[in-house]
Design a protein around this ligand. Structure first.
Ligand code: UDP
Ligand code: MG
Length: 329
């Protein structure tokens, strides 16, 4: 029968909560207690996977304590600070629930939304339930501008609209398994889950104020994340070089004609014509050839990532040795 991909969606289904935690020692206990309260009062079966992303404060001792006192809590500690993306990956690898929610440790993702997300998964059959930022919370205007610009680029080049996307998501087990199949090392959770597809529902929420401490994203880290995200989803920057080269080539022809005209009409300074022509020709051919290399490079890059060619969300009576009997939802 193979692996039964259709997981049970009922009152007994287990929810795994993956929470990356970095330098949140002062409030992690109360944050988790608050989330746990919501789960208990809504009778959701749950397990926490708290991933300490190499914090240097008392986060780990807190997590250790919490995991010892509470069987529903699994604590992991990464060997150093790998960044939120890697922490999420680690958490997803250890999550065993029928559905998984990824959320922040600073209560900026309102736990009150969890029952609604679970309901959309259980009763309405959605595979992915995404929290969508209604407002971005209080933020420095410069950061807001950078974020807008970044999402605009991603949207224009990769056709993925992440403008209001957040990392606050519920995913069905199948989606998590599909995510784990993506073999690339550098991940961008928000974008990758959009790439995966599946039946999705969006639930808007207001980003709350951070409970304590401050955001861990310095400008440099944000830029690094943005560059990583853009280069993961599009090879447009590489093609820009080709286009630039072509434009330069056209310019070169026009300028070349003008230079030659000046030369033959005797108005050019001696020697200048050669220099101008050489510059134009070398410049444009360099750019075009760089662009060509870029195109091959982007192909290689895509291949190296080794992403699956497609993902099957549902199938009926298909016997490919992997899917069991499944019903269309
Ligand atoms: N985080 C992490 N590793 C890092 C930075 C952040 O695991 O290197 C976690 C952090 O503990 C929090 C979440 O990622 O749970 C979001 O971080 P933060 O609140 O600093 O970011 P913001 O809300 O400003 O986007
Ligand atoms: Mg935050």
């Amino acid at each position: 029968m193979g692996i039964d991909l259709e997981y049970n969606r009922n009152k007994d289904s287990k929810l795994s909560l993956v929470i990356p935690v970095y330098q949140e020692g002062s409030h992690i206990r109360s944050s988790i207690a608050k989330i746990e309260n919501v789960l208990v009062s809504n009778k959701i079966r749950y397990g926490f996977i708290l991933v300490d992303d190499g914090s240097r404060d008392n986060t780990w001792s807190e997590l250790k304590d919490m995991a010892r006192q509470n069987n529903n809590i699994t604590a992991l500690r990464l060997s150093r600070n790998f960044g939120k993306e890697s922490a999420i990956c680690a958490g997803l690898d250890y999550a065993d629930g029928d559905m998984v929610i990824v959320m922040d440790a600073d209560l900026q993702h309102p736990p009150e939304l969890i029952p609604e997300m679970v309901k959309a998964w259980r009763d309405e059959g959605y595979d992915v339930v995404e929290g969508i930022k209604k407002s971005r919370g209080r933020e420095n205007p410069f950061y807001r501008f950078c974020a807008k610009f970044f999402y605009y680029i991603i949207y224009k080049t990769a056709d993925i609209d992440l403008g209001q996307a957040s990392d606050f998501k519920l995913m069905d087990r199948r989606v998590v398994e599909a995510w784990k199949e993506l073999p690339e090392r550098a991940t961008f959770f928000r974008g990758m889950s959009a790439w995966l597809g599946y039946d999705r529902k969006q639930i808007p929420f207001d980003v709350a104020e951070r409970v304590n401490g401050k955001s861990k994203w310095s400008l440099i880290r944000l830029i690094r994340l943005a560059v990583n995200a853009i280069t993961s989803y599009t090879s447009v920057p590489l093609h820009c070089i080709t286009v630039l080269g072509m434009l330069m080539f056209v310019g070169a022809i026009i300028l070349g004609i003008q230079t030659l005209y000046m030369k033959f009409s005797g108005r050019a300074l001696s020697g200048f014509t050669t220099v101008i022509l050489l510059l134009l020709i070398i410049g444009s051919s360099l750019m075009i050839s760089l662009g060509m290399i870029g195109i091959y490079l982007s192909k290689i890059y895509k291949e190296v990532k080794h992403r699956p060619r497609y993902l099957v969300a549902k199938s009926i009576n298909a016997d490919d040795g992997r899917s069991g009997k499944q019903e269309a939802l």
